[in-house]
Design a protein around this ligand. Structure first.
Ligand code: HEC
Ligand code: HEC
Length: 299
């Protein structure tokens, strides 16, 4: 029980406040209440940082205006190009990669993401707000243009992510966030081409151009060179976890690496200013371009 954790000195404060309230026969004044609440909700000195994956339910949003904002944010993330044509420069939507509205465990979910920001990000060499992170995916993954952080569209997107983070404590690491890493293996473009033809082309098209719901994997309508997906390890991890769409998990680690290397060896849009990424000189080994602060090792 929470009360058992109240230290003796605090318990005295609590008792005093309660006694004062009773004597004066009034509802506790706000200052008194604050004292009590402060004592009772002292954070656990050893917070449990890793928390279980849970997709919140819309019924947990009590304010109708916020609920409308959450729903509009989700609609933008699903239909990004139709909603914000000036901000999308390719054939992808946000949920092409963050699938099922960002609710897939181990599939780069947005569940709990609001509680993980602000955050230091090495690629930027700075503390980022969640708005910065959203705009990074607009500029790179969607090869487009950033939103004005104060805009209604950004507010609604952030409202949706905050909704998906209902109940997650600040700084919590969510079981199933990101992608399960796949141990690096030597990847081969020729083998990857064969995996692509056998396992991917039937949906994504023989030239990776995207057909129907299946999105482009390279060429002018794909993610640009500065995107996370343009990194070999990230692409391999995504493909290993999520593709082929109708039999996710069927590829071996080797096949995932080979096909990721093949896809990322094809042409795609450039990203202006990419050489200024990782300004502190600590690029991961699979970055596809040299950075001014340090050249990545070949992988
Ligand atoms: C081409 C695939 C792709 C698309 C499309 C995409 N993203 Fe991402 N996104 C990624 C990758 C890769 C990461 C990094 C995941 C990791 O490192 O675990 C990421 C990370 C994120 C994160 C941080 C997640 C976290 O757990 O810290 C947010 C927020 C995000 N994306 C929002 C968006 C939004 C908003 C859009 C649409 C504007 C979008 N993404 C489109 C690939 C994509
Ligand atoms: C059954 C059809 C199907 C097959 C087979 C398939 N995909 Fe996909 N893939 C999709 C769809 C559909 C999406 C968009 C995700 C969504 O909307 O949920 C997607 C998304 C992707 C994405 C992220 C978005 C993008 O275009 O960058 C990558 C990368 C990807 N697939 C790679 C592959 C690879 C590699 C293979 C083969 C190993 C493969 N896919 C096989 C249907 C398929």
């Amino acid at each position: 029980m929470r009360a058992l954790r109240v230290r003796p000195a605090s318990a005295v404060v609590l008792l005093t406040v309660v006694a004062a309230c009773r004597l004066e026969r009034r509802a506790p004044a706000s200052t008194d209440t604050t004292t009590v609440v402060d004592v009772a909700t002292l954070p656990d000195p050893t917070p449990h940082k890793r928390v279980a994956f849970r997709v919140p339910n819309e019924s947990e949003v009590t304010d109708p205006v916020v609920l409308a904002s959450v729903r509009r944010g989700r609609a933008i993330l699903r239909q990004t190009r139709d909603s914000l044509p000036r901000h999308v420069g390719n054939g992808l939507t946000c949920t092409s990669c963050h699938q099922v509205d960002g609710t897939v465990k181990h599939g780069m979910p947005w569940v709990g993401v609001y509680a993980r920001f602000p955050q230091y990000r090495a690629r930027a060499g700075a503390t980022q707000l969640i708005e910065d992170r959203v705009n990074d995916c607009f500029k790179r993954s969607l090869n487009g243009r950033p939103l004005v952080p104060e805009s209604r569209d950004m507010r609604d997107i952030v409202a949706y992510m905050a909704f998906l983070s209902t109940g997650y404590p600040v700084g919590a690491e969510v079981d199933g966030q990101g992608l399960p890493p796949v141990p690096p293996v030597e990847a081969n473009v020729g083998r990857g081409r064969a995996v692509f033809a056998a396992r991917c082309a039937r949906c994504h098209g023989a030239k990776g151009e995207g057909v129907g719901l299946a999105t482009p994997l390279w060429g002018p309508r794909s993610y640009n060179i500065g995107a996370g997906m343009a990194r070999l390890r990230t692409a391999a991890a995504f493909i290993r976890a999520r593709m082929p769409q109708d039999s996710a998990g069927a590829l071996t680690d080797q096949e995932a690496y080979d096909v990721a290397r093949f896809i990322n060896s094809q042409s795609r849009p450039d990203f202006a200013g990419k050489e200024r990424d990782w300004p502190r000189g600590d690029p991961p080994p699979d970055v596809a371009y040299p950075t001014l602060a340090k050249k990545p090792k070949a992988n």
